[in-house]
Design a binder for this molecule. Structure first.
Ligand code: DGT
Ligand code: MG
Length: 240
């Protein structure tokens, strides 16, 4: 691990090149290394766009993003994307073994590294229950996984690259509360700064920082206790 994973946004504004209106307005926040950041907000609020700026999938129009104090626009994008794991909102699995699906993009991963990643992603116990274990074939010719199993497999795929920062775009929506809590704890144990886009209040309860987006603006930020005390929208989400 080369990065500590402290991410800072300073007055970040972003709009997609082909559109007139900004989708993120003046976003500022600061995370500590190895912590959990939950990002909440209605559909279209800008959650996916926000996390996409961290590995520089897009460039902000104004403001500065820093990792460990360094402006990311001065960092090599290959280095950035090697250090940042990204689990996109759309899950992509292919017909092949579980082992191949986890190692996708890092074909030189050893079986030990794959198992380690699967354990962190809370999917190892499920995998070893299949008669063929990691050699189980997925897809039309093999087993079909549940939504939550697919999500954990794609999280394992990101973890096999040993990222310092992990971006989970709605990747725990199908996990039960206990499994999600175990996953977040495992990520804390390896000091991986985790951005978790979520609609579930159960995911935010243990987050160190919650970012609540509304129409591209950061409506509120803080811990669960702080937002319950200060933010009417968060209270409404909590009570619904
Ligand atoms: P979700 O996933 O439905 O919960 O919504 P978010 O919060 O992830 O929203 P996001 O960041 O995907 O979209 C924010 C706004 O940006 C929304 O008005 C749609 C627009 N947008 C998203 N992706 C693109 C893109 O690739 N190109 C353009 N021009 N606009 C985009
Ligand atoms: Mg999204």
């Amino acid at each position: 691990y080369t990065m500590n994973g402290a991410v800072t946004f300073e007055h970040v504004t972003f709009q997609y090149p082909d559109t007139a209106a900004a989708v993120l307005h003046d976003i500022s926040f600061e995370t500590k290394p190895g912590t959990t950041v939950a990002i909440m907000g209605a559909t279209g609020a800008g959650k996916t766009s926000l996390v996409g700026l961290i590995p520089r999938l897009y460039e902000q129009n104004a403001g500065v993003i820093k990792i460990d104090g360094t402006d990311i626009s001065t960092l090599n994008t290959e280095y950035l994307r090697d250090s940042i794991g990204y689990v996109p909102q759309e899950i992509i699995l292919f017909t092949g073994t579980i082992r191949e699906n986890i190692a996708w993009g890092k074909e030189d991963a050893t079986l030990d590294e794959i198992i380690e990643a699967a354990k962190l992603a809370q999917i190892h116990d499920t995998i070893i229950q299949f008669p063929l274990g990691y050699d189980t074939i997925l897809g039309q010719k093999g087993v079909n996984l549940s939504g939550g199993q697919k999500q954990r497999l794609t999280i394992a795929r990101a973890l096999v690259r040993k990222p310092c920062i992990l971006l989970l775009d709605d990747s725990t929506s199908a996990l039960d509360v206990r499994t999600e809590a175990s996953l977040l704890q495992a990520l804390r144990n390896i000091s991986c700064t985790t951005f978790l886009i979520t609609q579930k209040i159960s995911s935010t309860l243990h987050a160190d920082l919650i970012l609540l987006l509304e129409d591209g603006s950061l409506l509120a930020q803080g811990s669960h206790e702080e937002l319950i005390a200060d933010c009417a929208l968060y209270q409404r989400i909590y009570e619904s």
